[in-house]
Design a protein around this ligand. Structure first.
Ligand code: CUA
Length: 336
C-alpha cells in the first residue's frame, strides 16, 4: 500500500509540473477569432490528459527503478503474477469513458465553431494552383487579399478550380479543405477578434508551389473595411491598360504570369502581345486580341509549346467582358 501512496503522489506532482509547463509554453500563436476559443479550450484539456497519462506511466516506471531495484546478493527471479481481472476491467472501462467524454467535448467544440450569425456576410474563397482568390459576393468584387472587418462573422464558402487545397490561418485556429467540383463547396465561419495582419496558408500538399500558396489576411476596423469596400466596388480609375493592371492584380493573374520577362508557371506578359507562339501541334499563332480573349475564357483551347503540363485556372469565367478587354489592353501596353 505504501508503494501506491508514494507513486500516486509522484504521478500528481509530475502531472501538475508537466501540465503547467506545456500549458505555458506558448506553442500556439495569438488567438484571434471567436471560433478559435473552443478549439483552444479543447486543446488545453487534451494537454492535461496527455500530461496525466505520461506521468502515470513514467511515475510507475521511475518509482519501480528505485524501489524494486535488485539488492546486492539477491539472485531470485522475483514474484510471479498470473493476471488481475478487476484491474483489467478498470483499465478498460475508465479509458472508455474518458474517450466518450472527449468525443462529447469535440462535438460541442465543432458546434461552437459552426454557430451561425444571421448577419454574417459571404465570401467565396477560390483555391487554384497556386494562389487564393476571394470573391466578395455581397459587394460584387474580387481580391487576392482577404480583408475582414473585426468582430463580424464572415461565412466563407470554399472551393477549388483544380486539386484539393486547405484554408488555414493559424491565429484563427480553423482549417477546412477547399475541394474541386460542383456541389463540393465547404463552409467555414470566422469572426476575427484582433485587428492585424495574418497569413493564410494552404495546408494540403497540392503540387510544386504548395509551400508558397500564401495570401495576406488583414483584419480591419469596421470603418476602414467599409472604406476599402467602397474603393473596390467603384473599380479602378484610369484608362483601359491601367484598369487592366488593377483587374489582373485583383484576380491574381501575376501568381503565374510575370510582368518583367521572368519565367513563372505561365508565359510572361512582357512582350507577349503580337509575339508569335508555337502551339503543341506545331502550328503558330500571332498573339492578338482574339487569341488572348480566347485564352482567358478557355485556357485549354490552344496550348503553347512547353506549357503542356500546366493547367490555367478558369479565372476568366468570373470576369466581365469589360474586365477582360481591360486586361488585354494591359497586356498590349507591355509590348510597347
Ligand atoms: Cu494549395 Cu497546397
Amino acid at each position: 500500500m505504501k508503494h501506491f501512496v508514494r507513486v500516486a503522489i509522484l504521478v500528481v506532482v509530475l502531472t501538475v509540473l508537466l501540465g503547467f509547463g506545456l500549458d505555458n509554453m506558448g506553442y500556439m500563436p495569438e488567438l484571434a477569432s471567436v471560433q478559435g476559443a473552443a478549439i483552444d479550450d479543447l486543446f488545453r484539456k487534451h494537454v492535461w490528459v496527455i500530461s496525466f497519462l505520461f506521468s502515470l506511466i513514467m511515475g510507475f516506471m521511475l518509482y519501480s527503478f528505485v524501489a524494486f531495484r535488485k539488492k546486492p546478493g539477491d539472485d531470485g527471479s522475483g514474484d510471479h503474477f498470473e493476471g488481475n481481472t478487476s484491474l483489467e476491467i478498470v483499465w478498460t472501462i475508465v479509458p472508455l469513458f474518458i474517450v466518450l467524454y472527449f468525443a462529447y467535448l469535440g462535438a460541442e467544440a465543432l458546434a461552437e465553431t459552426r454557430r451561425a450569425d444571421p448577419n454574417a456576410y459571404n465570401i467565396t474563397v477560390v483555391g487554384s494552383q497556386w494562389s487564393w482568390r476571394f470573391d466578395y459576393e455581397d459587394f460584387g468584387f474580387s481580391s487576392t487579399e482577404l480583408r475582414l472587418p473585426v468582430d463580424r462573422q464572415a461565412l466563407l464558402l470554399l472551393t477549388s478550380t483544380d486539386v484539393i487545397h486547405s484554408f488555414w490561418v493559424p491565429e484563427f485556429r480553423l482549417k477546412q479543405d477547399a475541394l474541386p467540383g460542383e456541389g463540393m463547396e465547404r463552409e467555414l465561419r470566422v469572426t476575427p477578434t484582433i485587428v492585424g495582419d495574418y497569413k493564410l496558408r494552404c495546408a494540403e500538399l497540392c503540387g510544386l508551389e504548395h509551400a508558397y500558396m500564401l495570401s495576406d489576411v488583414i483584419v480591419m476596423e469596421v470603418s476602414d473595411f467599409e472604406a476599402w469596400v467602397a474603393e473596390q466596388t467603384e473599380g479602378p480609375a484610369g484608362d483601359g491598360a491601367e484598369r487592366g493592371e488593377a483587374w489582373a492584380q485583383q484576380f491574381g493573374c501575376q501568381a503565374c504570369h510575370s510582368l518583367d520577362g521572368s519565367d513563372r508557371i505561365g508565359p510572361t506578359w512582357l512582350g507577349l502581345y503580337e509575339s508569335i507562339e508555337t502551339l503543341v501541334d506545331g502550328s503558330t499563332v500571332v498573339v492578338d486580341d482574339a487569341y488572348l480573349i480566347e485564352s482567358i475564357l478557355d485556357p485549354q483551347a490552344t496550348i503553347v509549346e512547353g506549357y503542356e503540363n500546366v493547367v490555367m485556372p478558369p479565372t476568366g469565367a468570373s470576369m466581365t467582358e469589360e474586365q477582360i478587354q481591360d486586361i488585354v489592353e494591359f497586356i498590349e501596353s507591355l509590348s510597347e
